[in-house]
Design a protein around this ligand. Structure first.
Ligand code: SF4
Length: 437
């Protein structure tokens, strides 16, 4: 049978989608399209209300398609975990529902659905971590994702993750290193380590610490680029900061959500740091690794956020000079402490704040990209540029997209590019004629 996986949400979800695709292919199914798929799996995210709304409207459309074509229809991920059996009350046409820790049962669930039996599986059974993906599912053949831990113990007051993904659990370092060594043998050069709270990997365990793990991965021949996502500011240790600029593979970029610039709101969010502690860590990263690219997440309109709190957020953003920020209006999530906080920010005020925030951030990003003109960057070529068939597109170690003229033989290779212009979302370059670094 042919399958498609509709995906919502974060890189963890992207990776879960790859894992499920891999299992289905191993069981004789083939990737399909929305026109010819017999199995449609919707991999969900409930971190933001908008994603949840999109999910339910997609399910409405799929119900129609199921009636016409007799599809097998499954739901996986956070909404499956959040709703448990109740999902069948709301969406009675769904054939199976698997929480994030049960996605390894995907082939079994499809088989049962083909025999008209319904499958649902939730809760933690510790089986979701060791699933490795196979080369046929990787998106470019050179980039790979490795889940090193899952869950979270932090209970930020707005976040549903600890409720739907469970408590922190780290994979054994030996398994991770073996998986990355195998990826390197298959020709992958760019590895991203994934975890909801990746830098608290192995907290309180006797296995390797996170910086020790990075050093071991750095020594694996064939790996050129190493990244990790998502980090919590309170778990950024001095030892981890010192890995930047010293480990050959560790890219000069970090995604470090700050969420708010106001200490009062950070406390209400239960984030475990103040704005000045955040800024101190950012400064230490910049001192250790000049030119490091910083990206972040930020929430505006959190309950109780007043004009002064919001101005503090704007100031923090300007002080850091982020290369990019994913910014959202707060939305109340089931189970979370913030859902019952007083002081809801009116929608028009929240929208106005978000718009101001994003306008300033766009200007900062543009300025940062423009400053790159005249520099030289190592680019990992990912393929043809979307804008022009004569051009290639790739990414710098700092994660910026670069478009430049070049031949197809360069695809998947590391090349040196002179940056000639910076735009809002990308850079323009030309192949460097100067000798390689
Ligand atoms: S650190 Fe906070 S925001 Fe991040 S996953 Fe954990 S609870 Fe959610």
């Amino acid at each position: 049978m042919r399958f498609i996986i509709e995906n919502f949400g974060c890189q963890m979800n992207d990776h879960d989608m790859e894992k499920m695709g891999s299992v289905l292919i191993d069981h004789g199914h083939l990737p399909g399209s929305s026109e010819d798929a017999d199995i449609v799996i919707v991999n969900t995210c409930c971190i933001r209300e908008k994603a949840e709304q999109k999910f339910y409207s997609l399910m409405g459309r799929l119900q129609h398609a199921k009636r016409k074509r007799g599809l097998i229809l499954g739901v996986t991920g956070c909404i499956a975990e959040q709703e448990k059996e109740n999902i069948f009350d709301r969406l009675p046409f769904v054939d199976f529902s698997l929480g994030p820790s049960n996605i390894h049962r995907i082939a079994e669930a499809v088989e049962s659905a083909a025999g008209s039996a319904r499958t649902f599986a939730f809760g933690d059974n510790g089986r979701s971590l060791p699933l490795a993906i196979r080369p046929h599912n990787t998106r470019t053949g050179i980039k790979g994702y490795v889940t090193i831990m899952k869950g979270c113990n932090n209970f930020c007051s707005y976040c549903v993750v600890p409720y739907v993904r469970g408590r922190e659990e780290s994979r054994e370092s030996g398994d991770i290193l073996a998986e990355i060594s195998e990826m390197a043998v298959r020709g992958m050069v760019d590895v991203t380590l994934l975890g909801q709270n990746v830098n608290s990997y192995n907290n309180g365990s006797n296995d390797l610490s996170f910086p020790e793990l990075l050093r071991k991965i750095d020594a694996i021949p064939g790996i050129s680029r190493l990244r990790f996502v998502t980090s919590h500011p309170k778990d950024i240790s001095q030892e981890l900061i010192e890995c930047f600029g010293t480990l050959r593979t560790l890219c000069e970029s970090i995604h470090l959500p700050f969420q708010s610039g106001s200490d009062r709101i950070l406390a209400l969010m239960n984030r475990g740091y103040t704005a000045s502690e955040y800024l101190r860590k950012v400064q230490a990263l910049k001192d250790q690794c000049p030119g490091i690219a910083l990206t972040a997440d930020c929430i505006v309109g959190f309950p109780g956020e007043n004009g002064e709190d919001f101005e503090a957020t704007m100031r923090l953003m300007e002080t850091v000079g982020f290369d990019g920020v994913f910014s959202f209006i707060y939305s109340a999530r089931k189970f979370t402490a913030a859902a019952s906080l007083p002081g809801r920010v009116p929608a028009d005020v929240a929208h106005e704040r978000l718009s101001r925030f994003q306008t300033l951030q766009r200007a900062i990003t543009l300025e940062s990209n423009r400053r790159m003109a005249g520099t030289r960057a190592e680019v990992l070529v990912e393929g043809q540029s979307k804008n022009s068939p004569d051009e290639l597109s790739g990414r710098t170690r700092t994660g910026k997209i670069v478009n430049f003229k070049g031949g197809r033989s360069m695809v998947y290779k590391l090349v040196e590019v002179d940056i000639i212009k910076g735009y809002a979302n990308s850079l323009r370059g030309e192949l460097s004629k100067a000798p390689g670094r």
